[in-house]
Design a binder for this molecule. Structure first.
Ligand code: NAD
Length: 260
């Protein structure tokens, strides 16, 4: 379905981003991977994905908190893979602390990566989509782009912020063949959530399995984690012709979290 197209998925060396990259590659899309991690492991992922899906896969380790590196990332994607048709703004980090104790430098970093970074990728990538009268921008927001939780001031602010950016970009591109939407996952069992499970296990003095159940039971009525494959499939749908008139919306995938 996406043969001949190119997608940049930020923060795709692990977790949700890697799940999205794999799903798009499975539809024939060339992929630019981005994110941090062990160089050998990343090369294995890159080469493995290229072989399995039979598509071109590149890697660029740009830091999404740096505007100059983002500009180079977009140039590299266009020059090495022939364009940029799909942009998935997914890179993210988490830090939990009450607002009175929240470190200001971590606030700045979270906003820089998850909100300002997405502004820069969109600003750099959108002209390439408009040139072709086709494009898909998918912003990995969160249930925390729609509702709040304690101790996540920066994360919730960045994720609410990207909902605003999503709507503005959708309106500005409404007649152009480009769509811009947000996906809003509940708990997905990735490295980012593993840290919260371990903190909870320590706090309640129980095993990580019990702590994971405890975390889910507070927020996610299905009591099951969302999988990265389910999120990948949602992104494939948002890139399809069937979704051409879906723009400017949040798409929750959250086991009922935001129905409460
Ligand atoms: P993860 O830690 O597995 O992946 C995060 C990715 O972002 C990694 O590839 C990492 O290297 C990359 N990254 C971090 N800082 C970066 C930077 N400065 N520049 C470039 N890349 C950077 O976590 P995940 O759970 O897969 O999270 C991916 C996205 O999904 C995040 O935006 C997160 O907020 C969002 N999300 C996660 C959940 C969840 O339950 N896991 C739920 C809702 C939304």
């Amino acid at each position: 379905m996406l043969k001949g197209k190119t997608a940049l998925v930020t923060g795709s060396t692990t977790g949700i981003g890697l799940g999205i990259a794999r799903a798009l590659a499975g539809e024939g899309c060339n992929i630019m991977l981005n994110g941090f991690g062990d160089k050998t492991a990343i090369e294995e992922i890159r080469a493995g994905l290229a072989k399995k899906a039979g598509v071109e896969v590149g890697y660029n380790g740009a830091d999404l908190s740096d505007a100059d590196q983002i500009s180079s990332l977009i140039h590299d994607t266009v020059s090495s893979l022939g364009g940029i048709d799909i942009l998935v703004n997914n890179a993210g980090i988490q830090h939990t602390a009450p607002v009175t104790e929240f470190p200001a430098d971590i606030w700045d970093k979270i906003i820089a990566i998850m909100l300002t970074g997405a502004f820069h990728t969109i600003q750099n990538a959108l002209p390439h989509m408009l040139e072709k009268s086709w494009g898909r921008i998918i912003n990995t927001s969160s249930v925390h782009g729609l509702v709040a939780s304690i101790n996540k001031a920066a994360y919730v602010s960045a994720k609410h912020g990207i909902m605003g950016l999503t709507k503005v970009v959708a309106l500005e591109t409404a007649q152009s063949g480009v769509t811009c939407n947000a996906i809003n996952p509940g708990f997905v069992h990735t490295d980012l959530v593993q840290a919260q499970i371990e903190d909870r296990a320590t706090a309640i003095g129980k095993s990580p399995t019990k702590a994971a159940h405890d975390l889910l039971s507070k927020k996610q009525p299905s009591l099951d984690f969302v999988t990265v494959e389910q999120i990948g499939a949602l992104c494939v749908f948002l890139c399809s012709d069937a979704a051409a008139q879906i723009t400017g919306i949040p798409v929750p995938i959250d086991g009922g979290w935001t129905a409460q």
